[in-house]
Design a protein around this ligand. Structure first.
Ligand SMILES: Nc1nc2c(c(=O)[nH]1)N=C([C@H](O)[C@H](O)COP(=O)(O)OP(=O)(O)OP(=O)(O)O)CN2
Ligand SMILES: [Zn+2]
Length: 142
């Protein structure tokens, strides 16, 4: 069975080298859907649940939302993005480093891997960058 919990967070980024408007610093209210799959607990306080929604919320909040919300997301290997991040960090402002360009595709895969590394039985992550655009990474995507 599957359960899904939905989160939102606000972040800024830019896609250095993009051939359109996304080369400029801008922000998104990201919508994040996290799917967890498993069998139902058959007894105890979690009876009838794949995972307690509260427990799912706590993991995603701690490891993703609290870190990305109101942060500047950047590619640490891009010189211009890293320069902006360094300046913000010197002012004690919030940043979040990725190892690739901060596209929805890269972010959905990154979020999946981070949650998986914290023992969450995540099977799909869908990240909405705008109300009309999302990227999805699931357990079969390698
Ligand atoms: N495949 C991808 N394409 C684009 C990404 C991405 O992450 N993956 N990101 C961007 C930019 O970040 C940009 O902010 C979003 O661009 P766009 O969809 O054109 O923005 P709109 O505000 O016009 O979106 P609407 O949903 O149509 O309002 C660019 N491309
Ligand atoms: Zn964007």
């Amino acid at each position: 069975m599957k359960v899904v919990k939905v989160f939102t967070f606000d972040s800024s980024h830019l896609l250095d080298g993009h051939d359109g408007k996304c080369k400029n610093l801008h922000g998104h209210t990201y919508k994040l859907e996290v799917e967890v799959s498993g069998t139902l607990h058959d007894s105890g306080p979690k009876e009838g649940m794949v995972i307690d929604f509260s427990d799912l919320k706590a993991v995603v909040k701690t490891h993703i939302v609290d870190k990305m919300d109101h942060a500047f997301l950047y590619n640490q290997y891009n010189e211009r993005e890293a320069t902006i991040a360094k300046m913000l960090e010197e002012w004690q402002l919030k940043t979040y480093a990725l190892t690739q360009r901060t596209t929805a595709e890269v972010m959905s895969r990154h979020i999946f891997k981070v949650l998986q590394s914290h023992q969450l039985p995540v099977t799909r992550v869908r990240l909405w960058e705008t109300p009309n655009s999302y990227s999805e990474y699931d357990e079969n995507d390698g």
